[in-house]
Design a protein around this ligand. Structure first.
Ligand SMILES: [Zn+2]
Length: 154
């Protein structure tokens, strides 16, 4: 493909997105999560929602209603627009975003809050989208690796 020194060309991804994947912006986890989703879960293409804390804002309606509304609107807009049948949500160990908002958790430690937000958000989504497949994963740090564990709900 032709390019000038200031122009670069890459092919569009032609696979339709099969899932929405929501996770934190923490740079330590971007490549491991993408690899896990594509290599282990076999999802060829997905729509990523990447923000501080992943779904954090969806568990913060009480003290951060605007952040809740913004993320909920983004998630539902994209699910509807691309008619996605599945949402995959990650929480992770040592989340700085969750730690930074700990004053709102009424004494619950940030890792526990992060872990318990996953099934809570899954139930919220399944109420809005009864046929949606929802998968939850916890990304733990093991030495120099990330270990993914399925989180159950309902
Ligand atoms: Zn994080």
């Amino acid at each position: 493909m032709s390019h000038t020194p200031d122009t670069f060309v890459y092919p569009l991804d032609q696979h339709p997105a099969e899932s929405m994947v929501i996770h934190c912006a923490d740079p330590r986890f971007q490549v491991p999560i993408r690899r896990f989703v594509t290599e282990s879960l076999g999802v060829k293409n997905y729509l990523p929602i990447i923000r501080g804390g992943g779904v954090h804002a969806l568990g913060a309606k009480g003290y951060a209603p605007r952040e809740f509304d913004t993320l909920w609107h983004q998630v539902t807009f994209m699910l509807d627009l691309f008619k996605l049948p599945e949402v995959i949500i990650f929480g992770h160990e040592d989340c700085r975003w969750y730690q930074n908002h700990a004053e709102h958790y009424h004494g619950v430690d940030p890792a526990t809050k992060c872990k318990t937000d996953l099934p809570m958000v899954a139930l919220m989504l399944s109420e809005a989208y009864p046929t949606m497949t929802i998968r939850l994963f916890w990304a733990g740090i093991e030495g120099e690796n990330v270990r993914f564990e399925k989180v159950t709900f309902e």
